[in-house]
Ligand binder design. Structure first.
Ligand code: PEP
Length: 246
């Protein structure tokens, strides 16, 4: 079946009010490439001003707490992100799994909260270099899917991002063959878990996607888009990636 490609930026802890001017050309590219869904996950402080600046672009958060409210200093809830204008959030990014000790159960709960708020979730999974070199990559990633896929996941609100930890921000990428094998394994795991709905769930690739490698990576079987960190910070680099998905 045909799945619309989704290209999402992840600004991480980068950006400022001044940097939002980059979104103008990104929003224009999103309109020009109407066959591609384009999104940008900005820092929480920039969600509302980004939405105010480019109403047509899907702006999201990079994380939300699983709870709606309460004594969780420094966190934001899905409801808060939504009120600011976010349509989606990334959950389970490897930097949060590593830095904040987030577990698969945490990631699953966060994704379920997003669904309860009628928002979309991008659920991240990926192996470390040690795990890949030990031949454990597929086992690790499919176990993460088993434990972090939200209940009732459908393609309408849930996407998976396969991001090998060793490829994030390093300039290294897996071969097209390795990406195809992993995305195929993820699709098979989804089929085992949610049956025919698995065909509708988009599986994004993330990790050092650039204008130079985007076309090859985005046209690997079962790659339904990209989650892009560094190269999403400027329109000059992100727009060619959007175009490569079309
Ligand atoms: C990411 O942070 O999700 C990511 C893929 O980063 P980069 O594109 O910079 O490797």
């Amino acid at each position: 079946m045909t799945r619309r490609k989704l290209v999402s930026g992840n600004w991480k802890m980068n950006g400022s009010l001044g940097a939002l001017s980059e979104l103008d050309a990104i929003a224009e590219a999103a309109e020009a490439h109407a066959g591609v869904d384009v999104a940008v996950a900005v820092p929480a402080t920039l969600i509302a001003p980004a939405v105010a600046r480019v109403a047509t672009l899907s702006i999201g958060a990079q994380d939300v707490h699983a709870a709606d409210k309460g004594a969780h200093t420094g966190c934001i809830s899905a409801a808060m992100a939504k009120e600011a204008g976010a349509r989606f959030s990334i959950v389970g990014h490897s930097e949060r799994r590593a830095d904040q000790g987030e577990t698969d159960a945490d990631v699953k709960a966060k994704a379920e909260t997003l669904h309860a708020r009628a928002m979309q979730a991008i659920v991240c999974v990926g192996e470390t270099l040690d795990q890949r070199e030990a031949g454990e990559a597929e086992a690790v990633v499919t176990a993460q899917i088993a434990a972090s896929l939200p209940e009732g996941a459908t393609g309408a609100w849930c996407a998976i991002a396969y991001e090998p930890v060793w490829a994030i921000g390093t300039g290294r990428t897996p071969t097209a063959g390795d990406v195809a094998a992993m995305h195929g394994a993820i699709r098979a795991k989804l089929r085992a878990m949610i049956g025919a709905e698995a065909e509708k769930v988009r599986i994004l690739y993330g990790g050092s996607v650039t204008p130079d490698n985007a076309r090859e990576l985005l046209h690997v079987a079962d790659v339904d888009g990209a989650l892009v960190g560094g190269a999403s910070l400027t329109a000059a680099k992100f727009v060619p990636i959007i175009a490569a998905a079309d």
